[in-house]
Write a protein that binds this ligand. Structure first.
Ligand code: ZN
Length: 290
């Protein structure tokens, strides 16, 4: 099943839902960053949330960045997404690890720790929108729900899951957001509370359920209609030219310090691609701009 996000409207527009399957996206992130299984789970959950949150933005050029900073061994996670289903991200320490939880699950909360989540949305306005919340558990889904409740005043049910196989590849990944719009009453909240009893999302995906099935499972009682589906993927738009433009802004002194080894390598944080520059090229930036 290729990765996509299903967007639905329920209860006559008082509820909106996003249901995503993201196995390939998370697998690509794990491959590029060579993450430990627990970091694959942490980053994969945040990438899935980023893809969904990107889909909530309205304009073509809107961009979203989610940063989680924690005192656990991973240190932090950063994910950016556009409104077209393109998402990329990295973990500060991709090799971080933590013992399994008592229930045998990957200990995402243990690897993230205590800290904060920051969401910055560049919606083409003069100033980007920025919101922040404390981490509740470091397990990501509940932290995102808490962010929405406290920072954007949008009551949300958020589920995110990544199932890592014994060979460290991603077996299943996905998630859903169910959000109440202004005017939603207690009857709707009561109905939605049933969804909090839903077993973990990767078990449902592993049993063959699609995002459409998940929508039916969670919102079937509220009457929903499908608005659209959006393919999503891990995609980095870096290039040697873009890195060159950044290098060209460095002070002369810093550029001179880079020269001497014959070539320098600049790695993209998001996709780990190494962009190579010769001494002559660096010399060229130095002459160009100073
Ligand atoms: Zn890149």
């Amino acid at each position: 099943m290729a990765d996509y996000i299903l967007r639905v409207s329920a209860a006559g527009g008082l509820v909106r839902g996003f249901f995503a399957t993201t196995r390939e996206m998370v697998n690509e992130a794990a491959r590029l960053h060579e993450t430990t299984p627990v970091v694959t789970a942490a980053l994969g959950r945040l990438l899935t949330a980023g893809a969904i949150m990107g889909h909530t933005m309205k304009s073509d050029k809107d961009l979203l960045t989610i940063t989680i900073k924690g005192d656990g061994p991973v240190g932090g996670l950063l994910v950016t997404a556009d409104s077209h289903g393109n998402v990329k991200g990295y973990a500060y320490n991709p090799q971080a690890d933590a013992p399994l939880r008592i229930d045998g699950k990957l200990n995402v909360g243990g690897v993230v720790g205590n800290g904060s989540i920051t969401v910055v949305k560049d919606l083409g306005l003069k100033e980007p929108y920025s919101g922040q919340a404390e981490l509740v558990s470091g397990e990501i889904a509940i932290d995102i729900a808490n962010y929405y409740a406290t920072s954007e005043q949008v009551p949300s049910v958020v589920a995110l899951g990544v199932l890592v196989d014994t060979d460290y590849t991603v077996k299943q990944a996905g998630g859903f957001f169910i959000q109440l719009m202004p005017g939603a009453g207690d009857d709707i909240i009561d109905e939605l509370e049933k969804t909090t009893n839903i077993p973990n999302i990767t078990a449902l995906l592993d049993a063959g359920m699609t995002p459409d099935d998940l929508a039916l499972e969670t919102l079937g009682g509220l009457g929903f209609k499908v608005l659209d589906t959006l393919p999503c993927r891990f995609h980095c738009n870096c290039s040697k030219e873009k890195v060159a433009r950044v290098l060209a802004t460095l002070p002369q002194k810093d550029l001179q310090n880079l020269i001497g080894d014959g070539k320098i390598e600049v790695k993209c944080h998001f996709c780990n691609t190494a962009h190579m520059f010769s001494d002559e090229e660096i010399e060229g930036f130095s002459n160009e701009t100073h």
